[in-house]
Design a binder for this molecule. Sequence first.
Ligand SMILES: [Zn+2]
Length: 256
Amino acid sequence: MTTRSRRYVELTTVEAATVLGRDSILVIPTGAVEPHGPHLPLATDLVMADALAAEVVARGSAAGHDVWLMPALAYTKSDEHARLPGTMWLGADTVLRVLVDLGRSIAATPARRVMFVNCHGGNSALLEVGLRELRRRFDLQTFLYSGPPRAGESERGFGIHAGHVETSMMLHVRPDLVDMTKAARAVPDSIADFEYVGFGKPVRFGWLADDFFASGVVGDPSGATADAGAAYFEDNVGTVVSALDEIAIFDPGRVR
Ligand SMILES: [Zn+2]
């Protein structure tokens, strides 16, 4: 085949059996379809994951890596948004079975390396479970990059959803889908004062998006800018492209 495409689904069946090899890295964007406040679309995580993964594959292949872009997982574990309008969510058990079935199919190709590029925080813990399932069941080398939830200064550690980072990145990637006139700060200041219980604190807690605010926003999108979004995007892409050097050779069975 020519080098025209690094999209897995644009291969033919013959190419899928011959072009891919043990060193091929299949990159799977992982998004969500769930509320992101009144200023962002339901597909925010999906749009970001697709854009990040596509850029990683473009730059990675230009740098000589055998990387392939897979279609995104769009519907995922968004149960924390189950009670808000617009959500299309799968249960944790369903998503895990999807991951296992996907792993089985990947193991039937010559490729042995899979990386998820995840932009929905609600998937992170489950994807880690999936990495181990795919490793144990199918002997795949499995990797996960979850976009860093770096919070804006006014978010007090709660910039986790539709806040400064996500809104800025969307202003960079798809500004036509952002309405900044509706972007409003929604930070649960009272629980931010808890010392031990919270996001990134010693004790975690179960939560639903509407425990905090009816808008589903948890963060402060009001100061988001396309420039900040470009910097976040570049930071994410740069990290993953740099990581490809290690992902291409890493084998936990050979680390001593
Ligand atoms: Zn999101």
